[in-house]
Ligand binder design. Structure first.
Ligand code: BEZ
Length: 389
């Protein structure tokens, strides 16, 4: 499907030809997101945010147009690679945006690296893609898996939690998130008393895993689940009645604004960490939430914000580069702005985003879940981790 977005009427000075004549260009964006499978809902949020970002930031791009071509990655690496190749080789997109799953990003990395077409990652946190497998063609505006979880180990140990049980889906993101937490938690004196990695696709019953975690008698359980898996896990954890003895913590996708209303009372008492929480009190976030809620009658989630900021990043780079491909890529790698999540910048050493991480709690009050920020860890930046570009 193609969507044509006509952007505004004013003409940017950098896009004028010598004689003062406007030089218009059609930028083709290939949007690769899961619209089916375990992460289907997440793809819809990212796409909605991306379109809103184009409206907000692309309004003064003059006679230029941005055309979107979209494809369903199904959160499956093989299908995603085939669709990425089609977008680059056949559709000839100028830039790719998307991918939710770390496994999908890992599977398309070599093709993107060799193709010369830049990819703006709007979710997938795979650490290696801005570490040892980094590429000048891959710029991430969302988060890395370790960036979200690394700050939580020490924070939780400070709250008096001495032992933890880990649980996450059995794929790259699950393992990387748990490893990052484990490292800082054990460095702060904590002990991991057990871990479990249920399959990503198709796990309907977390009962046996919850029973095993309970038997290990930890002070807390620390998890990563997202999308449909997060809804099911949080509800089943609540139904098992374990939370009063073993409080539930995790990477904040566990109780995302995208679906915390569906979890309802089951989310009560959960504490989590994320790069965006709707409760952030800034004019940038208010502008985003007001517009997103007016358009979709839903709260904008971290997934929508990643799409919104991806559009901001791309439009900013178009304005700075005036149509030159190398200048466009260089501008992506040096981007910096304030968005709904607060200040963010791309670290040119890794092409990963540098941003705040928020610790927040969920409370079920008057029939709805209220998310309150407990702590902000500012300016969290990944080490190069083997990246050399
Ligand atoms: C990932 O696979 O990187 C991922 C998927 C959903 C939410 C967060 C991370």
């Amino acid at each position: 499907m193609k969507t044509r977005v006509k952007l505004g009427v004013a003409v940017a000075a950098s896009l004028m030809l010598a004689g003062g004549q406007a030089m218009s260009k059609e930028y083709k964006v290939g949007v690769l997101l899961p619209f089916s499978g375990v992460y289907a809902g997440l793809g819809a949020h990212i796409e909605n945010g991306f379109k809103l970002g184009l409206e907000h930031y692309g309004a003064d791009l003059g006679s230029d147009t941005i055309t979107m071509v979209r494809s369903d990655t199904e959160a499956k690496p093989a299908a995603s690679l085939a669709k990425t190749k089609k977008m680059v080789l056949q559709d000839k997109v100028d830039v790719l945006v998307g991918v939710v799953s770390s496994a999908v990003l890992g599977g398309m990395r070599d093709f993107v690296h060799n193709s010369g077409t830049p990819l703006v990652v709007a979710n997938a946190g795979n650490d290696h893609m801005t570490g040892e497998k980094c590429s000048p063609n891959i710029v991430r505006v969302s988060f890395s898996n370790s960036q979200i979880n690394r700050p939580v180990g020490g924070w939780l140990a400070k709250q008096g939690v001495k032992t933890a049980y880990l649980m996450a889906p059995d794929y790259a993101a699950g393992h990387q998130m748990m490893e990052a937490f484990k490292k800082t938690f054990t460095e702060a004196g904590g002990t991991i008393v057990g871990e479990a990695y249920p399959p990503l696709q198709g796990t309907k019953d977390y009962g046996p895993y919850i029973t095993a975690a309970k038997a290990a008698k930890p002070d807390a359980i620390y998890t990563f689940f997202a999308g449909g898996a997060a809804i099911t896990f949080v509800k089943q954890y609540h139904d098992f009645g374990v939370k009063k003895d073993i409080p539930l913590y995790g990477a904040g996708f566990l109780t995302s604004a995208a679906y915390v209303h569906v979890q309802g009372e089951a989310a009560d008492g959960t504490v989590a960490a994320l790069h965006y929480v709707p409760a952030i009190d800034t004019p940038e976030n208010k502008k985003f939430q007001d517009a997103y809620q007016a358009a979709h009658q839903k709260v904008g989630s971290e997934f929508a914000v990643a799409g919104y900021d991806a559009a901001h990043l791309i439009v900013q780079a178009i304005k700075k580069s005036g149509g030159d491909k190398d200048a466009f890529k260089a501008a992506l790698s040096k981007a910096e702005f304030n968005g709904p999540r607060g200040p963010l910048r791309i670290d040119p050493a890794t092409n990963n985003v540098v941003q705040n991480i928020y610790l927040f709690k969920n409370e079920f009050k008057d029939g709805k879940v209220v998310q309150t920020i407990l702590d902000t860890i500012p300016d969290v930046q990944d080490a190069p981790n083997g990246c050399s570009m």
